[in-house]
Write a protein that binds this ligand. Structure first.
Ligand code: SDX
Length: 429
């Protein structure tokens, strides 16, 4: 088995070590490249660059495989809960029943949000996007929950994990209630993580929210599917900001900001807006497919394509099933689902999409599920963020525990002016 890669530059030959992963994925370790050769690499968007070694999530983009701590996503979606999957990602193994119960109690104990934070929520402009509110409020958590010197670093970190996992969900519901001009609904000790969220969102004194176990289960699956995805854009942001040794709230806030983008987590909102546009224009997806293929048109088919998956995103298949099950259970019919299925059918027969390996990703069906359970479109990416939080936490923790942890500071290839002199303003043209 070859253990090194040979690099020949200007007649000099260099040997660089190879790093081989559990599933045979192999990388050239270039950590000594500049010191030995004076060279750096260039890789816009890091499509060919690994930032770390990680034991959390494995993806095979060609085969459409996704595993958290070795367990296939299909099995977790079928058998696990979001809390249990969060524990698995953060602690590296499935919990015992006792450990899971203790984890649930801890999340319950930290599910309230400091009352003084309510004022913050009430003073955001009414049309403020929930992702901007969430990123700001998560960053503000450090101010309301400062470090206590008497606590050990480990206690402080575990407390922060519990606060984030529980309060981010509560804050999302609070933000929605306040935006609707409704009273905040507090978390309840007798409801599970997902049931509590739905109750905090939709309970009303005039129409009590009836907890439907099938909908709670579907929300568990939705958040399990979103829980981690190796070094995606927002996770890379959490690791990069975290590498400056800033507090975890600030690093997670950076992840929320990155996830907001329509090319990333914001795609679930963009998909539904695109499907609504297709519906409003008569329901024929052909013009949108034409636009997506037009090099001169910046329009992208939202919910299609992926940096890693060059086949069907395994999460999209599960999400489509959850959509069907939820709509049937609620006895709802969403015309957008028909349009989505038609769009997928036409696109997957089109040579452009086949040649570019463009398939539905997790965002393609997730918005239809969220619509079905009553989540407003502008909160779709907040729902993604709640799901991705355990992944961000586990990846941050892995980077903190990494003996090779360094400040992330990429280099560049400079293509600007050679040295030039300052021109006094009176001499400028
Ligand atoms: C998520 O990284 C993750 O793991 C992310 C995520 C997670 O769980 O964290 O999976 C969540 O972000 C899913 C992706 C959600 N985004 C969208 O659905 C937005 C639409 N998709 C694209 O914009 C695009 O596919 C990306 C951003 C997802 C991936 O883009 P890449 O890998 O940078 O690919 P690219 O932009 O270089 O495109 C390669 C080619 C180009 O054509 P050519 O110039 O080579 O001829 O494919 C074309 C692109 O024009 N292309 C598309 C397209 N996606 C890529 N053409 C039309 N519609 C699309 N959706």
């Amino acid at each position: 088995m070859v253990k090194t890669a040979k690099l020949i530059v200007n007649g000099n030959t260099y040997e660089l070590p190879l790093v081989v992963g559990t599933e045979g994925d192999t990388a050239i370790d270039i950590s000594r490249l500049r010191s030995e050769t004076g060279l750096i690499t260039l890789d816009p968007g890091y499509a060919n660059t690994g930032s770390c070694e990680s034991s959390i999530t494995f993806m095979d983009g060609e085969k459409g495989i996704l595993r958290y701590r070795g367990i296939p996503i299909e099995q977790l979606a079928e058998h696990s809960s979001f809390r249990e999957t969060a524990y698995l990602l953060i602690n590296g193994r499935l919990p015992s029943e006792e450990e899971l119960n203790a984890f649930s109690v801890r999340l319950n104990d930290h599910s309230l949000v400091h009352e003084d934070m309510h004022d913050f929520f009430e003073h955001f402009p009414p049309r403020a996007h929930p992702m901007g509110i969430l990123a700001s409020m998560v960053n503000a958590l450090r101010a309301f929950y400062p470090e206590i010197p008497e606590r050990s670093e480990e206690e402080e970190i575990n407390l922060t994990f519990s606060r984030l996992l529980s309060k981010l969900r509560t804050m999302a519901a609070m933000s929605y209630r306040i935006s609707m001009g409704h009273k905040i609904v507090y978390p309840r000790h007798d409801l599970s993580y997902c049931a509590n969220f739905l109750n905090m969102m939709f309970d009303s004194p005039v129409r009590p929210y009836l907890i439907d176990d099938d909908i709670v289960q579907a929300l568990n699956v939705f958040w399990i599917l979103h829980a981690d995805h190796e070094q995606n854009c927002s996770t890379a942001a959490v690791r990069l900001v975290g590498s400056a040794r800033v507090n975890l709230y600030a690093a997670i806030s950076a992840g929320i900001a990155a996830l907001w983008g329509p090319l990333h987590g914001g795609a679930n909102q963009a998909v539904v807006e695109m499907l609504l546009e297709i519906a409003d224009s008569g329901g024929d997806p052909a013009p949108f497919i034409r636009r997506a293929k037009d090099k001169n048109d910046p329009f992208r088919l939202m919910g299609f394509g992926h940096r890693i998956y060059k086949t069907y995103d395994p999460r999209a298949r599960i999400m489509e099933k959850e959509c069907n099950k939820t709509l049937n259970k609620l006895q709802k019919h969403d015309p957008l689902l028909d349009i989505a299925k038609k769009l997928e059918e036409v696109a997957l027969k089109d040579p452009y999409f086949i040649d570019h390996n463009l398939y539905p990703n997790v965002d393609f069906y997730s918005g239809i599920f969220l619509r079905a359970i009553g989540i407003p479109v502008n909160m779709f990416t907040v729902m993604f963020a709640i799901g991705r939080l355990p992944g961000w936490i586990s990846q941050w923790k892995e980077s903190v525990d990494d003996p090779h942890w360094r400040l992330h500071r990429p280099r560049q290839v400079y293509t600007g002016l050679k040295e030039t002199d300052y021109i006094p303003i009176e001499k400028r043209k």
